[in-house]
Design a protein around this ligand. Structure first.
Ligand code: AMP
Length: 249
């Protein structure tokens, strides 16, 4: 996944995204979407799932954060506006996000399957995804919806710290790094994402409840929804996920 992220940065330089899967092709590709309030641990589960099932990971949040690291002068007005929305914790306009995913069609058609993390986030985006997939004669296998009470979401997000280099996440109380502000994995600097500050968390939760939560009905009607409790340790949640997938797929 680290390699994918490196690749992502150079793809952005080139203006288009190509997935970087190079391992042996899995015997069965899984095509999945992750849903769940911010802080439910989608990123951690995505990492565990990709490692186990060898799927290709596309996180729209990671792509926008990577864009943000570039020199501001190179950004288009639409992208600058998008990053302002992101900083406030608000959703980026649908058309900007959909255009970015369309540029990365190779992730969707990847023979390793894919795991979409953070997309779709609105009904309009979900319909665009359905259309993008059917244009490639592809079908989703499952939509994993991670559920967590709001007070637990706030506690998790406000204590989260992210590595600037490898994007690994820690928690000041539940998963502190060995050295303060230093990543255990790569020695990079840990920081608090702007949208993990309390004022942005509230806005993100409202946006989630208003725009993304209704997607559960959309995917439930298609028989794709798997609801998974996001309480407990990452390993417990992961085991629940694998069990749910085994029953469904
Ligand atoms: P995430 O890392 O998935 O929590 O995304 C971080 C931020 O990126 C969100 O709060 C939004 O501002 C923006 N973003 C990421 N994905 C989307 C999306 N599918 N639609 C709209 N905004 C998005």
């Amino acid at each position: 996944m680290g390699e994918n992220r490196e690749q992502e940065t150079c793809c952005l330089e080139n203006g288009a995204g190509v997935c970087g899967c190079t391992e042996d092709i899995p015997s069965r590709p899984y095509r999945m979407v992750l849903l769940g309030a911010p802080g439910a641990g989608k990123g951690t589960q995505a990492e565990l799932l990709c490692e186990k099932l060898k799927t290709c990971h596309l996180s729209t949040g990671d792509v926008f954060r990577a864009v943000k690291c570039r020199d501001g002068k190179e950004l288009s007005p639409a992208m600058k506006a998008a990053l302002d929305f992101m900083q406030r914790g608000e959703l980026i306009p649908d058309d900007t996000v959909i255009a970015m995913v369309r540029d990365r069609m190779s992730y969707l058609s990847c023979e390793y399957g894919f795991l979409l993390d953070g997309f779709p986030r609105t009904l309009y985006q979900a319909e665009a995804l359905t259309e993008m997939l059917s244009s490639q004669a592809l079908k989703l296998d499952a939509v994993l919806d991670y559920t967590l009470p709001p007070e637990e979401v706030i506690a998790r997000l406000s204590g989260r710290r992210t590595c600037r280099s490898c994007r690994a996440t820690f928690h000041v109380i539940h998963k502190p790094p060995r050295l303060q502000k230093i990543c255990d994995k790569c020695g990079g600097e840990l920081f608090q994402r702007e949208d993990d500050r309390p004022e942005s968390i509230r806005v993100r939760l409202e946006a989630y409840n208003r725009s993304t939560a209704p997607l559960t009905d959309y995917y439930s009607a298609k028989g794709l929804l798997l609801t998974i409790s996001a309480e407990g340790s990452p390993e417990e949640i992961f085991n629940r996920t694998l069990l749910a997938l085994k029953e469904k797929v």
